[in-house]
Design a protein around this ligand. Structure first.
Ligand code: WT7
Length: 655
């Protein structure tokens, strides 16, 4: 870690305005400090107070945290609840006519859905799932476009106690296939078409391809929502249209009361090696994290129009689309399209049209919108905004400043929220009516979250020094395990090397003299491409699966828009291609990866060599490859290389 240095020296600070502080849920540092002190004094009392205040329990819990089976913690484990009941029933009775979802389609068509409507739609679909014999504990894969129906599908699973596993609609048949098998899914919920940016993707066709690849006998039903023409062949005894499934179903459905620890969902996330990890979340602990962060970090008010732009295929779309906003009774935007269609003013126009108050998006979107139209926000009325948020990767200070001044008009606090699929909810982020902001820092941890930075031995590092970001105490929204692989959960997140005590996030970070956290990046080889985390291993496996390829190594190189561009070093089975053939093979391989994993994993650059640089033990020298990818001077020791001549080959990108 000694080699990790902070190159950022940011000194600008921003304090919340008096008017924001006055109305804030956590108003001023005294209140923030008081919450932290309450958690410090009695952790169990703190979390149990919050769980009682914010969750409607069918059977109240008497136990709080159980650490006996470390690191497989349980929370509130003798309590019973239903997450869908918490999101729908309690608002359906108190504010039935409040709009829950404002859906804006790719073509701009707007549909509104009240809490009463949503409740009925979820109940009908939940009854439909039951009619397919789907039961508590069954796994259901959801492969859907952003839509009201995607939220309905997830909520309906929660209502009947089925564990959903949403697969992002951009993943390929191969990735979907792997996830269906790993989950042992009994059903797949999908749509005929997905409309994004004026283009159509045929989702059902991808499902068909995935199910045709074998070992998917667990899947008994495929439910197809008709988004488009509906012009497709359904397989008898397996497929059913969404509208046919719900036709005769009742508009009420008694929720299945489940234990607090019942798995609400699993969500696959890339690891640095091997197959994707099915991150498994609980019901009550996850819900509590979603609600408290809606209150503390998003400063939720009932008059808010909330918009988190994430797809439900990512954890952000679980916590801050399907669960958090509904649990607190919010009105929120669901957007089918992309930020650049029909032009790069789409987000700003939607904020204006729907009078959005709280806007939460990713740095990669911000960076591409800066590039496409730095002055576009000025053409729209953004005066409804009162809070901005960022998530997914470090936001560089210049993008932060643009977002803050041009979009937020220097009026709205900007919350940079650090968290992960595994943590379920925000971990390090400013409570906006209290904490002073610094561009590029996610600031301080939430009350009750004991984040720290340690060295390889698990000891705290001094101020300003880089180290491993850890969370030292359990918290309710932490993932419970990896689906079907508890040992991998333990080894990945509570490794022996750190004494097995702390949750290891896998990021490096440092703290400044004010105790502010600055995230420096992943400590493993996962790439961040346009807001997506991709394991290099998966891309390499895909390349090697091509009949042309013998060996491949993938690294990232910094990219202004995508965060990282993907550079692949490839050894072909045949001879190294001649210049005239290289271009064609590059295209072929890029398309291949696209089909194997998905377009997001398509390499930006491919270079060919007769071999890859390896250590004596046969390990690929990735650091050397990173240097080559960046076209930097080689300073590493290359004396162990068997064939130094290949470095000259690998320096050359295919034109
Ligand atoms: C990883 C988690 C959290 C939901 C979306 C991504 C990076 C996330 C930030 C931030 C710096 C961030 C980290 C983290 N990350 N938010 N505000 N500042 N880095 O979920 O796919 O599980 O990725 O994203 O590296 O470990 P995920």
């Amino acid at each position: 870690m000694a080699t990790i240095q902070s190159i950022l020296n940011e000194t600008r600070t921003f304090t919340p305005s008096a008017s924001f502080v006055e109305q804030a849920n956590v108003s001023g540092m005294e209140e923030y400090d008081a919450l932290c002190a309450e958690a410090e004094k009695d952790e169990a009392a703190f979390w149990s107070r919050l769980a009682r205040d914010h969750i409607s329990w069918h059977k109240p819990f008497t136990r709080v945290l159980d650490e006996t089976n470390h690191p497989f913690f349980t929370w509130f484990d003798d309590g019973e609840l239903n997450v869908s009941y918490n999101c729908l029933d309690r608002h359906q009775t108190t504010q039935p006519d409040k709009v829950a979802l404002i859906f804006e389609a790719d073509d701009g068509t707007v549909t509104r859905c009240t809490y009463q409507d949503l409740y009925r739609r979820v109940c009908r679909f939940a009854n439909g799932l039951k009619s397919l014999n789907i039961r508590k504990g069954d796994r259901v894969v959801i492969y859907m476009p952003m839509s009201i129906e995607a939220v309905v599908a997830m909520q309906a699973c929660a209502r009947i106690g089925a564990t959903h596993s949403v697969v992002f609609g951009g993943f390929s048949a191969k990735s979907l296939h792997e996830r269906i098998i790993d989950a042992g899914a009994v059903a797949v919920i999908t749509a005929d078409e997905q409309w994004r940016g004026g283009k159509i993707n045929y989702l059902k066709a991808v499902v068909e391809d995935a199910l045709g690849r074998g070992e998917t006998d667990s899947v008994k039903s495929v439910v197809v929502y008709q988004r488009g023409s509906g012009d497709l062949q359904l397989e008898a005894n397996r497929d059913i249209w969404w509208h046919d499934l719900i036709r005769d179903q009742s508009e009420t459905c008694e929720p299945e009361w489940v234990n607090a620890e019942h798995p609400l969902f699993t969500l696959y996330t890339s690891g640095s090696t091997g197959k994707p990890k099915g991150v498994q979340h609980s019901s009550a602990g996850f819900l509590l994290g979603a609600i408290t962060s809606m209150q503390w970090i998003f400063d939720y008010k009932s008059s808010d129009i909330f918009w988190c732009t994430a797809d439900v295929g990512w954890v952000t779309g679980h916590t801050y689309v399907t669960y958090g906003p509904l649990a607190v009774g919010a009105t929120q935007i669901i957007f089918e399209g992309v930020p650049t269609y029909p032009d790069a003013g789409r987000f700003w126009k939607m904020i204006q049209d729907h009078k959005v108050t709280t806007f939460y998006t990713a740095p990669t979107a911000i960076r591409s919108l800066i590039k496409l139209g730095p002055d576009l926000p000025k053409q729209y009325d953004l005066s409804s905004l009162r809070l901005l948020g960022s998530v997914g990767e470090p936001i560089n200070p210049e993008a932060w400043m643009w977002y803050y001044t041009t979009v937020g008009q220097s009026r709205c606090p900007l919350v940079d929220t650090w968290w992960q699929t595994e943590t379920g909810a925000h971990m390090i982020a400013p409570t906006p009516g209290a904490v002073m902001l610094k561009p590029g820092s996610c600031t301080l941890s939430l009350p009750g979250i004991k984040a720290g930075i340690v060295d390889e031995a698990g000891h705290d590092v001094p101020v300003g020094k880089g180290g491993f970001l850890v969370i030292k105490r359990p918290f309710p929204s932490l993932a419970r395990t990896l689906w079907g692989d508890p040992e991998r959960f333990r080894n990945t997140y509570f490794p022996e090397e750190l004494g097995g005590k702390y949750y290891l996030a896998g990021d490096s970070a440092h703290r400044d003299a004010d105790g502010y956290f600055w995230i420096m990046g992943r400590i493993d080889d996962v790439l961040t491409v346009s807001g997506h985390r991709l394991g290099t291993m998966e891309i390499e496996s895909a390349l090697v699966a091509s009949p042309l390829v013998a060996e491949a190594a993938v690294v990232g190189k910094p990219d202004e828009i995508k965060t990282e561009a993907i550079v692949a070093f490839v050894v072909l089975k045949g001879a190294r291609p001649k210049a005239e053939d290289a271009h064609r093979i590059v295209q072929e391989l890029r398309n291949w990866v696209s089909q194997e994993i998905g377009p997001i994993a398509r390499p930006d650059e491919i270079r060919f060599g007769d071999n890859l640089p390896k250590t004596r033990s046969g390990k690929i020298m990735r650091r050397l490859l990173r240097t080559l990818a960046r076209d930097e001077e080689i300073t590493q020791d290359v004396s162990t290389l068997e064939n130094p001549a290949i470095l000259e080959q690998l320096k050359q990108a295919v034109a």
